[in-house]
Design a binder for this molecule. Structure first.
Ligand SMILES: Nc1nc2c(c(=O)[nH]1)N[C@H]1C(S)=C(S)[C@@H](COP(=O)(O)O)O[C@H]1N2
Ligand SMILES: [Mo]
Length: 199
């Protein structure tokens, strides 16, 4: 729908908006199912599978180096939002605190509420990816994945797991929730990797 909430990208943004996408004026919320209610005091984040098992508390995460990010956000339902401002922990900084088996090539992202999404290790461990706890200067609202979500700007936003609470390291690719339901296993917006073609 082009109109009040979405607009065609002007020429000034042309090269930043992937094919088939429109600009969202606000920041829509897109969730399958209810928004979980999560208390930072009991929040936990766990790493397992082909990595030494480790559990992090909220304070552990806040003690890691904190960085600011400006990133574009592309939802497969055809809206994009440019220049979203976040604060959080770079994936590359987080990786320094865990011990991953060299046989790991893939990851399943796990979340409070049961959502999952898969990502190749090479797509996950990138300088521009981060765990976010602050959005436009405010604590990340629950609807947008607070207290903590992943942001992977170079892939469709269904890979940017909200309420993330675990990473399972895998020896081969497995499929997450949307990927098992017809969406592309990787989801590169620049190549319009929207659907798997298997359904
Ligand atoms: N846990 C969880 N993470 C999720 C989703 C979800 O339903 N559950 N939806 C995904 C999809 S399809 C998109 S487009 C983005 C939307 O993020 P937003 O609601 O902050 O805009 O979150 C992604 N992460
Ligand atoms: Mo999405």
């Amino acid at each position: 729908m082009i109109g009040k909430f979405f607009k065609k990208p002007g020429a000034e943004y042309g090269d930043r908006v992937p094919p088939g996408q429109k600009l969202a004026t606000g920041f829509p919320v897109l969730t399958y199912g209810p928004t979980p209610d999560i208390d930072r005091a009991t929040w936990q984040f766990r790493v397992w599978g082909l990595a030494q098992e480790k559990t992090f508390s909220w304070d552990d995460f806040m003690a890691m180096p904190q960085s600011e990010f400006t990133a574009d956000f592309h939802c497969v339902t055809t809206w994009s939002k440019l220049d979203v401002k976040w604060i959080g922990v770079k994936v590359t900084d987080f990786m320094k605190s865990i011990d991953v088996d060299p046989k790991a090539v893939h990851i399943m992202e796990h979340c409070y509420g049961g959502y999952t999404t898969n990502i190749a290790l090479d797509d996950f461990v990138r300088e521009e990816n981060f765990f976010a706890h602050t959005l436009f200067g405010e604590p990340l609202p629950a609807d947008h994945g607070g207290p903590l979500r992943l942001v992977v700007p170079h892939l469709y936003a269904w890979k940017s797991a909200k309420w993330i609470n675990g990473l399972e390291f895998l020896s081969k690719e497995d499929l997450g929730f949307w990927e098992r339901n017809g969406y592309h296993h990787r989801g590169d917006p620049w190549n319009e990797e929207r659907y798997s073609g298997r359904f």
